[in-house]
Unconditional design. Structure first.
Length: 386
């Protein structure tokens, strides 16, 4: 899912940033906070396409940008090894359309682009995060519609010349990533008939695709060390044009890779009344790449602890028991570092997105793994929620 991934997750950010970009093409980073309450442009929702079933996907074309839809993101997380050192990373690119109408000036913004980059040092117990934003003017940012290539300033994600490998590049003031990812399974289409629903009603939906296991190698520069790394990654790609149901408070998302060769994705859309939306769902991916849609009644998530952010005061669940009874699957998830809270200054989004270790049992046999969990709506309004 957000930061990888619910329909129109960053639309509200336009209220903070679009006026700034209309006046200037300069680079924005987390070291240059956006003005609180700055006026912004309205989004021309009527001219963007809604997510509708059925949808047929064509790859690699559908890894590229879909500007007919208002909001789109490409989201990578992974676990990397360099000798005994263990790292987790996130790199996410967002595209938010403002209008489909032609603009009189090439300086008038029609699209905004954002990137989030985070690095968890699981061995040393540290977490680093950075963000940037730009508009397409002067080539500062963009997302190609013909082949997969997205970028914001010097950060980028693109398909290699072999049409299979994903090439990631990111550089912040504290770390840098240069990675190549090769999928070991075909793309997984979440939901039913090509549509992932988030609530009752046709507009609370998106098109959501994942590459759930990608062999990864490359370099990470951190703490003045240049580390040759290898490991495994997960990619999400989601696009749509709606908002979240006003009854939603936020969501909890889980992307889990198990050492028996399977992957599990779950998202729980949390309601303001304390319940979970019945349209919350998941996908179980077998070792052979075959995917099975999981309805809300087929899984359960139980928080086992809490963590309070010393920076924001937000109270997050920390540690979970995940069960899929039909598969006799029970997993215990533990954050590798407690504080993996991303406190965004550019677009004002604060959420917890972190690496977790997995232990459990599958049909009576021990199983282990690693994954990422995303928690929104615990530190103020969740993206896309009115």
């Amino acid at each position: 899912m957000l930061p990888r991934r619910i329909v129109a997750a960053l639309t509200f950010a336009l209220l903070v940033t679009s006026q700034t970009f209309a006046a200037s093409g300069s680079k924005a980073t987390s070291r240059r906070p956006a003005r609180e309450g700055a006026p912004g442009a309205e989004v021309d929702s009527a001219r963007f396409r809604p997510a509708r079933a059925p949808r047929a996907f064509r790859f690699p074309r559908d890894h590229a940008s879909h500007p007919d839809f208002r909001t789109e993101w490409w989201y990578y997380t992974g676990h990397l090894r360099a000798g005994r050192r263990r790292l987790g990373y996130e790199l996410t690119f967002f595209r938010v359309g403002l209008t489909r109408e032609p603009r009189a000036s090439r300086w008038a913004p029609h699209t905004l682009h954002f990137v989030h980059a985070a690095l968890t040092d699981e061995t040393r117990g540290t977490f680093r995060f950075d963000e940037q934003a730009a508009r397409p003017a002067l080539g500062l940012a963009g997302a190609d519609t013909a082949r997969y290539d997205v970028w914001v300033h010097g950060d980028s994600a693109r398909l290699g010349t072999d049409g299979a490998r994903h090439e990631l590049r990111a550089r912040t003031g504290e770390f840098a990533l240069r990675l190549e990812l090769l999928p070991s399974k075909p793309p997984v289409i979440h939901g039913e008939n090509g549509v992932s629903r988030k609530a009752a009603g046709p507009d609370y939906a998106s098109h959501y695709v994942s590459l759930t296991r990608m062999a990864t190698r490359g370099t990470v520069v951190v703490d003045r060390d240049t580390l040759e790394v290898e490991g495994s990654s997960w990619m999400d790609h989601e696009f749509g044009s709606g908002r979240l149901d006003p009854a939603h408070a936020g969501w909890d998302w889980f992307g889990l890779q198990l050492d028996d060769g399977r992957e599990l994705m779950l998202y729980a859309m949390r309601r303001r009344d304390g319940g979970v939306d019945p349209f919350s769902s998941g996908t179980l991916v077998g070792g052979d790449g075959r995917a099975r849609h999981l309805t809300r009644s087929e899984w359960a998530i139980e928080p086992l602890g809490r963590w309070r952010s010393p920076a924001t005061g937000a109270d997050y669940p920390a540690g979970w028991r995940v069960r899929v009874p039909a598969e006799a699957l029970e997993l215990m998830l533990t954050p590798t570092v407690p504080d993996q809270e991303l406190r965004g200054a550019v677009i004002g989004v604060t959420y917890w997105e972190g690496s977790v270790a997995i232990r459990g049992r599958a049909r009576g046999r021990p199983v282990a793994g690693e994954g990422y969990v995303e928690l929104t709506g615990y530190a103020g309004r969740a993206p896309g929620v009115e």
